[in-house]
Design a protein around this ligand. Structure first.
Ligand SMILES: Nc1ncnc2c1ncn2[C@@H]1O[C@H](COP(=O)(O)OP(=O)(O)OP(=O)(O)O)[C@@H](O)[C@H]1O
Ligand SMILES: [Mg+2]
Length: 257
């Protein structure tokens, strides 16, 4: 479904993606782990065409997207749901308008149809009767759900999640994990989940890939990664499980800089 081959991308002299290759099969949930700043969000932005690689190829459903025009890219984007880092909702828009945002921007649907699709997407994430509420009235967990409903509203083939469980309590995080799993099972969606949360990674992944210095340095099923002998992966996952990532990173990766 997504085939990334040898992509490179630098900002000024800083090489963020260095000959990175990764394949995501149809219906699979691929989890990407890696320390802060290693380029995970930059990679997701390449898959949506927001950023273009300096070299290399990105194919979605067989179509090369690196040389598409903005107009052609918008068509590809219609099949991709995005759950942004931080679950960002538009504070000045109601829940309904947030969920319908992409529909209202790109599709010409009548209001009744939009309302129906919004209700459907909210019910997929276990929410109802909150269409008229404002994001500021919601709990962190509900905001995450609304962000997922917004991604699902366009009935995408692919959903990209950027740190979906960051900033919510462990029980809410687990509910988000279950939603990711349910989405894959019910809607047969292909997903990429970027996370620092190893519990979440193990739970939702069909396969986990670790990014380090712009490359994928290890890839495997949850059990393979959990039992890895790769020293950098081992450090990362043991670090990630002993506390918040910032502390863990200082502890584990401080000497690598
Ligand atoms: N538009 C940009 N211009 C210049 N540098 C950028 C740009 N976008 C990202 N970078 C740099 O690329 C690197 C990777 O950033 P990215 O946001 O992908 O990290 P990340 O792995 O998602 O980190 P985190 O886990 O903290 O979200 C950083 O050093 C960042 O400063
Ligand atoms: Mg990021």
């Amino acid at each position: 479904m997504i085939e990334i081959t040898n992509i490179c991308r630098s900002f000024n002299a800083h090489m963020v993606l260095d000959n990175l290759s990764l394949t995501i099969k149809s219906g699979e949930t691929k989890v990407i782990i890696g320390r802060s700043g290693c380029g995970k969000s930059v990679l997701l932005k390449h898959i949506t065409g927001i950023l273009k690689p300096d070299s290399g190829s990105i194919k979605i459903d067989g179509q090369e997207i690196t040389d598409l025009s903005e107009k052609e890219l918008n068509k590809v984007r219609m099949g991709i749901g995005l759950v942004f880092q931080g679950g960002a909702l538009f504070d000045s828009l109601s829940v309904a308008d947030n969920v319908a945002f992409v529909l209202n921007e790109f599709h010409k649907l009548d209001k009744k149809m939009v309302r129906e699709k919004v209700r459907e997407a909210l019910s997929l994430v276990g929410l109802k009767d909150i269409e008229d509420m404002m994001p500021s009235d919601l709990s962190g967990g509900m905001r995450k759900r609304v962000a997922l409903a917004r991604a699902l509203c366009i009935r995408p083939k692919i959903v990209l999640y950027d740190e979906p469980t960051t900033g919510v309590d462990p029980i809410t995080a687990d509910a988000v994990n279950n939603l990711i799993i349910e989405t894959r099972e019910k809607l047969k969606i292909t997903s990429i989940v970027v996370t620092h949360d190893m519990n979440s990674a193990y739970k939702v992944a069909d396969s986990i890939a670790m990014m380090y210095h712009g490359k994928i340095i290890a890839e495997g099923r949850s059990e393979d990664i959990r039992n890895t002998s790769h020293p950098i992966v081992k450090q990362f996952i043991s670090g990630a499980s002993i506390g918040p990532i910032t502390e863990a990173e200082n502890l584990v990766f401080g000497h690598l800089e």
